[in-house]
Design a protein around this ligand. Structure first.
Ligand SMILES: [Zn+2]
Length: 79
């Protein structure tokens, strides 16, 4: 079975391998988060190197786009 990486931001797909596997960033969903997204594998998103460079705050942007953003921010605002 061929494995591939699926970028959660640009939807690019690339065959998984030693080089691409380490260059692609991982984003683990927070526990209990339920997300329906074509790029989601288990509770893990992968993001391609291009998108990492283009969006330095890609983690926050991605989480925000999923409606999961700002859990830390919300906690800070509650104090
Ligand atoms: Zn990408």
């Amino acid at each position: 079975m061929a494995l591939y990486l699926h970028c959660a931001i640009c939807n690019r797909k690339q065959a998984d391998g030693i080089i691409s596997g380490t260059a692609w960033a991982r984003l683990e969903l927070p526990p209990g988060a339920e997300v329906d997204h074509p790029a989601l594998k288990g509770s893990m998103f992968r993001v391609c190197p291009t998108c990492q460079q283009r969006h330095p705050d890609w983690r926050e942007s991605l989480l925000a786009s999923l409606g999961l953003g700002g859990s830390n921010q919300a906690r800070a605002e509650a104090q």
